[in-house]
Design a protein around this ligand. Structure first.
Ligand SMILES: [Zn+2]
Length: 109
């Protein structure tokens, strides 16, 4: 699922040991592709390639479960983390310590 997008994001954002929400990347907790905004009507795979690129984030399996859990139990936190990941995506540069501090602040609230 979204293998090509995953590869493309990896090339740009060069993940090391942590995903975009600070979860550790391991053999049992690999990176997945998460959509930052909901699919629009129609076949989104036929849309502009930039749309797919800017809709993506790099989350491990566990972080992916976490963000979708938040979506239903703590929507405010979900929106704030999504906004942060969107900004990171737009920056087209790998996450730095400042970014991870912001993530931590929101996650620990
Ligand atoms: Zn997702």
């Amino acid at each position: 699922m979204n293998k090509l997008e995953l590869l493309r994001l990896k090339k740009i954002f060069r993940p090391k040991d942590r995903d975009w929400l600070g979860f550790k990347i391991t053999h049992n907790n690999p990176l997945t592709y998460h959509h930052l905004f909901k699919q629009i009507y129609g076949n989104w795979e036929e849309l502009d390639i930039k749309y797919q690129l800017h809709n993506g984030s790099l989350l491990t399996k566990n972080a992916h479960k976490y963000i979708h859990l938040l979506e239903s139990i703590d929507h405010d936190k979900f929106v704030k983390l999504t906004e942060l990941m969107r900004q990171l995506n737009q920056s087209m540069t790998p996450p730095d310590e400042e970014y991870y501090e912001k993530v931590k602040k929101i996650r620990n609230r």
